[in-house]
Write a protein that binds this ligand. Structure first.
Ligand SMILES: [Zn+2]
Length: 435
């Protein structure tokens, strides 16, 4: 299976065609080798040999009808192998670290969450710990028959070339995050890439959309920081590399100072800490500072049968302070309701600017905003209705993400899967014995 020794053009042709065939298998339901050949415009013999390579590498399975003899005959129905290569998503946020392993179909199979205050803990310790959590998730995935291969790390900060240039809420500057995570992973041959967590959350939101849902939207992720991802026709718009820093859009120019050095940023009114402070809730004690990190784990082990998608869904756990804020608001507590109305208003002001500038068909709020939506949305909608002039604002253009705080880690795992689907030859060459 090793491509070594072949002329460059032949290798690049093989690489291109393997990806073409694998994507066709992913897009089709129960297509045979002959059907795939017809759809991609290659000969049946060529497709048959490519399918065989994908099958031997564990990326594709072939269901052969019982009356058809041995495995590998051209009439079998092809599908992505749910027990083969897997993408691993790791999210390091300010008050938790999460890991998700997704199989080739994109279904989440293992999820681990560790609640810990990562502020002031240091990048090295935080990323080593995240690497160890990812190694545990990979071990659980292997026991479930999966082969984790690609790790995507999401961080709430500015990321360039797998390095975190600045993550104000983690107090990280110029951190080689990919390298540090690899060290925590131990002796595992896993490729690692790093991205901004709101970008990955927008990708996660896109991947979880039902067929036929729009492919262009602005996703806004509420956490201790606030990030956004602009999805345009299914592709993330990155601008010069750092698009989406909506948390540092100015709401009130002479407002309170922000961790970024500017004043009156959206984050100072609608970020998790600002919300808790305004609701007179202690964010420090509520995040259980000083106690041992709580670990919640869900490992889903399933076979390849029809029940595979009946996943054991772990409840999307909000952090304790956010749950308390929601409970107080539900009881009608004045300070909680007022804090959420103020945050909704600030969000509405910032989002109106974004909508007037970009006119996205939809705005999706996620992260902690999904949990707090009932109390944020009224004042948020008022601002959008009053301020959006780029087209009539309809209330149904604002949606709440169904993924809550899981969007980023799900998107990170999905990004790994997409990388395998885009270039299966890299995976095959990595896993094949060197000849
Ligand atoms: Zn700021």
């Amino acid at each position: 299976m090793n491509g070594g020794g072949q002329p460059a053009s032949k290798q690049s042709m093989r690489r291109h065609n393997l990806a073409l065939v694998l994507r066709q298998v992913a897009a089709s339901e129960s297509a045979s080798r002959a059907t795939v050949a017809a759809r991609v415009g290659l000969t049946k013999a060529t497709v048959s040999s490519l399918v065989e390579e994908l099958r031997l590498a564990g990326l594709v399975i072939e269901h052969v009808p019982e009356n058809q003899g041995r495995v590998g005959r051209p009439g079998g129905a092809l599908a992505l192998n749910p027990r083969g290569a897997a993408g691993v998503g790791v999210e390091v946020n300010v008050d938790y670290t999460a890991v998700c392993v997704a199989d080739l179909t994109g279904a989440p199979r293992v999820r681990l969450t560790e609640r810990a205050d990562n502020r002031g803990r240091g990048a090295e310790e935080t990323l080593h710990s995240a690497g160890r959590l990812a190694a545990r998730a990979c071990a659980a995935a292997r026991r479930a028959g999966l082969a984790p291969v690609q790790v995507t790390l999401g961080v709430p900060g500015l990321v360039h070339d797998d390095r975190v240039l600045h993550a104000p809420n983690l107090d990280w500057r110029h951190v080689p995050a990919g390298d540090l995570l690899v060290r925590g992973l131990g002796r595992q041959r896993l490729a690692v890439s790093v991205d901004n967590e709101a970008n990955l959350a927008a990708i996660g939101e896109f991947q979880a959309r039902p067929p036929g849902a729009g492919a262009s939207f602005l996703y806004v992720s509420g956490e201790i920081g606030i990030g956004a991802g602009l999805m345009v026709d299914g592709e993330l718009f990155r601008g010069g590399g750092f698009a989406g820093e909506i948390g540092h859009v100015t709401v009130i120019p002479d407002g309170p100072e922000c961790g970024c050095g500017a004043r009156g940023c959206l984050e100072r009114y609608a970020g998790q800490d600002a919300l808790l402070e305004a609701a007179a809730l202690d964010s420090v004690s509520a995040t259980r500072l000083g106690s041992a990190p709580a670990v919640t784990a869900t490992a889903t082990r399933t076979g390849g049968g029809p029940g595979r998608h009946a996943l054991q869904e772990a409840p999307t756990e909000g952090s304790a302070p956010v749950e308390r804020l929601a409970a107080l608001a539900a009881e009608g507590d004045d300070a909680a309701v007022r804090a959420l109305a103020v945050a909704g208003r600030a969000l509405g002001v910032a989002l109106s600017g974004a909508v007037n500038l970009l006119d996205p068909p939809e705005v999706v709020i996620g992260g902690i905003y999904a949990r707090l939506a009932p109390w944020l949305i009224p004042s948020l909608q008022v601002q959008l209705h009053e301020r959006v002039t780029s087209g009539r604002w309809r209330s149904d253009r604002l949606r709440v993400s169904g993924l809550g705080t899981e969007a980023a880690v799900r998107g990170a795992a999905g990004a790994g899967v997409q990388a395998i689907l885009r270039d299966p030859s890299a995976y095959i060459d990595l896993t094949s014995p060197v000849l």
